[in-house]
Write a new protein. Structure first.
Length: 618
């Protein structure tokens, strides 16, 4: 069964009410909540999936047996939502390692479960399926996949997931050549994302918008949006998307001759992805090789392309495989190794021809024709070049036909809207004439009923408001108590420090000859106050009382958590910024970012989960 037929079982007009639904979500966000929780997998399943990831990275065999065992354990719980979450975690693991084929199989298996029990997980499984198809080069089915993902996000009343799915849909339109539609959809979505005041979500939209501008050859707009997205992801402590923004920024930089920037930035991104996401690191290495090529370092670039080609074949990433073949062929041609370039351009040409008419197909035709010419195969080169001209003409015709179809569609839509308006006016006039006399007869009873209804509703509303106000006051009082305890702790620590400082100053005053000794002691005292290790146990006991045994709760989640990681979690629980924590611990902000990343992994949090928000919930 094709993916389009597979998705047609939902029988839903997805796009019809998107704007209305998102508008509604923004204004009722305080009253509605997602219908299903995103489960944190039990340790046994989590450990099996981690073992599978390790197995895939080490290129062992039968790595999927770990996934199957995790699914078997989840199936025994007889909890459909936990089973669906297990499928999602498996797909998420296959994002970074493993084949596209396995990725697609597990996503489809997860989607056979009843989505109404877990709409958010179903939404995410559909996004995983879309990513797997995209990675394998099968992009024709992306539109129905992401439209269905939007449906499940709307079903769950989750405005965040609606925005993310709309962004993925816009990205699919871009990849299928409808760049104008992609940009329009992203700009419409940005209004709602801005209203959420979520830096991370807005950065994600800017990242996708930059992709669309890049496809539209608006290079300066693309670069500025990538830079803004990268800054936002860095502010949101998302190293992964920060690195992804750098890679895409460098791709555009390569295209417009700013390859020096790529040589500077790409190693940073590759280093971030090296351990956690080898596929993304591979993508960065490919474009770093391209930067070396543009910089005239052909030997280095050819070596990098050869390595990246082998790895892209191993992980079954067809798009990256063809990209490396194309770059490698260009390197061979530049170094007069014409015979080595020919098999590479032939494979790319055949693959793109099977995939269909596109800009990538045009590029493949041009490069293959050039390679044939340099290998003294003039007749074959002429044939391929003729194919290039006819394909280019057909693309021009297709684009014009699309424009005409879009104009016709807009005309028909406007015509129907005008007819509906006229029809509604006629119906209103007809109904007014027929019911005018009846309204007069029942007006008194209607008004009386409305007054009574309004009175009862006002009583109910006042009661609800009073209960809300009482709950708010309770929460406010509880918050003030905790704040008071925290402030008391702070004052106690500062008072102790000041008292000790005064005593040392008195000693200096009484015995000037002891100045050198006491001065050294004062310096040590100041260092002790700045570094917090000495007083950490005292601080932790107070903090645990104020914040409901925080250290015990966090240890129950991760038994192997260290004392330093508990300290970092405590500072995050107090909503201190990365810069503030770095200052207190006397380390660089980058060290804090890496520690936060390791802590997040140890707490078994998903890449999209907010660490501070999770700690605040304990």
């Amino acid at each position: 069964m094709s993916i389009i037929n597979y998705l047609s079982i939902f029988k839903i007009d997805i796009m019809k009410h998107h704007l209305i639904a998102i508008f509604f979500m923004v204004f009722v966000n305080g009253f509605l909540h997602a219908q299903d929780p995103i489960y944190i997998l039990p340790n046994e399943q989590r450990e099996l999936i981690d073992n599978a990831i390790k197995c895939l990275k080490e290129q062992q065999i039968d790595c999927n047996s770990y996934f199957e065992k995790a699914l078997s354990i989840s199936n025994e719980t007889q909890n459909d939502s936990i089973l669906a979450q297990t499928y999602f975690e498996i797909c998420n693991a296959l994002d970074f390692s493993g084949s596209s084929k396995d990725h697609i199989i597990y996503a489809k298996r997860g989607l056979k479960l009843d989505g109404k029990n877990h709409p958010l997980v179903t939404n995410r499984l559909l996004r995983e399926l879309g990513y797997a198809f995209s990675k394998s080069g099968k992009i024709d089915s992306l539109i129905p996949i992401y439209e269905t993902a939007i449906y499940w996000a709307e079903y769950a009343n989750d405005s965040s997931e609606i925005a993310i799915s709309r962004i993925r849909l816009a990205s699919s339109y871009r990849r299928l050549g409808n760049i104008k539609k992609s940009i329009e959809l992203l700009l419409d979505t940005r209004v709602f994302v801005k209203a959420s005041n979520d830096v991370h979500r807005e950065s994600g939209l800017l990242f996708t918008l930059a992709n669309a501008y890049s496809a539209n050859k608006d290079d300066e707009l693309a670069i500025s949006n990538y830079e803004e997205a990268a800054e936002g992801f860095l502010k949101a402590d998302d190293e992964r998307m920060y690195a992804a923004s750098l890679i895409n920024l460098c791709i555009v930089a390569n295209d417009i001759g700013k390859h020096k920037l790529s040589l500077e930035k790409l190693p940073i991104a590759i280093d971030i992805f090296k351990e956690s996401e080898p596929n993304s690191a591979l993508y960065g290495k490919t474009h770093l090789g391209r930067a070396h090529y543009l910089n005239g370092d052909f030997e280095t670039s050819i070596s990098m392309f050869e390595d990246c080609l082998k790895e892209s074949i191993r992980v079954d990433n067809k798009i990256l495989e063809n990209l490396n073949r194309k770059f490698l062929a260009q390197g061979y041609l530049e170094t007069n190794q014409h015979l080595l370039a020919l098999p590479q351009t032939r494979i790319v040409y055949q693959d793109e021809k099977e995939r269909g008419v596109s800009d990538a197909y045009l590029d493949a035709l041009k490069l293959h024709a050039k390679t044939l010419t340099l290998n003294n195969k003039a007749s074959d080169a002429v044939h391929v070049y003729q194919e290039y001209i006819s394909t280019k003409d057909s693309i021009f015709t297709i684009e014009k036909e699309k424009e005409i179809a879009n104009m016709r569609e807009r005309y028909e839509t406007e015509k129907k809207e005008a007819q509906i308006v006229l029809l509604e006016k006629d119906v209103k006039l007809s109904k007014t004439q027929k019911t005018l006399y009846g309204i007069g007869m029942f007006s008194f009873l209607t008004i009386a009923g409305l007054l009574y209804f309004g009175f009862t509703q006002r009583i109910k509303k006042n009661k609800i408001e009073r209960e809300k106000q009482e709950e708010f006051y309770k929460q406010e009082i509880e918050f003030k108590k905790k704040e008071l305890a925290s402030q008391t702790l702070h004052l106690v620590q500062k008072s102790t420090f000041i008292q000790e400082l005064k005593e040392n100053l008195e000693k200096i005053k009484q015995s000037p000859e002891l100045f050198k000794i006491e001065f050294r002691r004062l310096v040590m005292l100041l260092k002790k106050q700045n570094a917090e290790d000495k007083d950490w146990e005292v601080f932790k006991s107070y903090f645990s009382e104020v914040h409901n045994n925080f250290d015990k709760k966090i240890k129950s989640i991760a038994n192997d958590i260290t004392e330093k990681e508990i300290r970092l979690a405590s500072f995050l629980r107090m909503n201190l910024s990365t810069k503030e924590i770095a200052s207190m611990l006397n380390v660089l902000p980058d060290s804090v970012l890496k520690s936060k990343y390791r802590l997040k992994k140890k707490l078994q949090l998903h890449k999209d989960d907010d660490l501070t928000q999770f700690l605040n919930s304990l």
